[in-house]
Design a binder for this molecule. Structure first.
Ligand code: GDP
Ligand code: MG
Length: 204
């Protein structure tokens, strides 16, 4: 993991997907990240185009193969023959589902900053398939869906939210969805308690 700044500078990209907006969960989801101590440094509502969604998922050149492999494994686990044995091909199918899903309505794109932001946000959102996401995570608590239901119906798994999977992915995704001047540099008071070496100025 490349690190040029203090760890409190780490940023991650988060998108509340169209189902999250439709379910009126924007406030609850934002609250989770505020609660843990992360700082919101960019936010906007937008209607992604299918082309933007494709670019978003292919900023990581490995993604298509990885998701294809994971998906084939999912089909097998459910006793279903995958649509192809080639992970790239299955990755393309998932990407097609995702373009339809994310371009179906408004989404909320955000950048969150703070110590271990990438890992922390992934922990809070939970694993990809809501059926197996841990209780207490956003995907585990607020929605139910499975590979079995989604693949059976020929659509993407609806799991409310996207978050960058690695530091490199975060950098590329932030640059894809936001311009430099949309990311606000500012201090919040919390940061003093979270990161300063000495806690002073508390007592009168
Ligand atoms: P994430 O990082 O947890 O969002 O998961 P991935 O990057 O692997 O996949 C991106 C998104 O594609 C997921 O959030 C799901 O919406 C969808 N998805 C992933 N794998 C599958 C699959 O095997 N089948 C279907 N139908 N959708 C999938
Ligand atoms: Mg991912």
């Amino acid at each position: 993991m490349e690190k040029k700044h203090h760890y409190k500078e780490e940023k991650t990209f988060v998108m509340i997907k169209p189902d999250g907006v439709q379910r009126s969960l924007v406030g609850d989801i934002v609250h989770r990240f505020e609660n843990v101590g992360l700082k919101l440094v960019a936010i906007k509502m937008l209607l992604p185009t299918q082309d933007e969604v494709e670019k978003h998922y292919t900023v990581n050149p490995e993604w298509k193969r990885n998701v294809g492999e994971k998906s084939i494994e999912g089909y097998r686990k459910n006793g279903v023959t995958p649509p192809s044995e080639d992970p790239e091909e299955v990755g393309n199918i998932v990407l097609g589902y995702l373009s339809d899903y994310l371009a179906s309505g408004p989404v909320v794109a955000m950048v969150w900053q703070g110590g271990h932001a990438v890992h922390l946000v992934r922990k809070l959102i939970g694993s990809t398939e809501p059926l197996s996401s841990d209780v207490g995570t956003i995907r585990g608590d607020y929605v139910m869906d499975s590979y079995e239901m989604a693949d059976g119906d020929g659509r993407a798994v609806r799991n409310l939210i996207h978050a960058s999977g690695s530091y490199e992915e975060a950098r590329a995704e932030i640059a894809h969805w936001f311009s430099e001047n949309e990311i606000i540099r500012y201090h919040i008071i919390n940061e003093k308690i979270l990161y300063d070496v000495a806690i002073d100025g508390v007592l009168e």
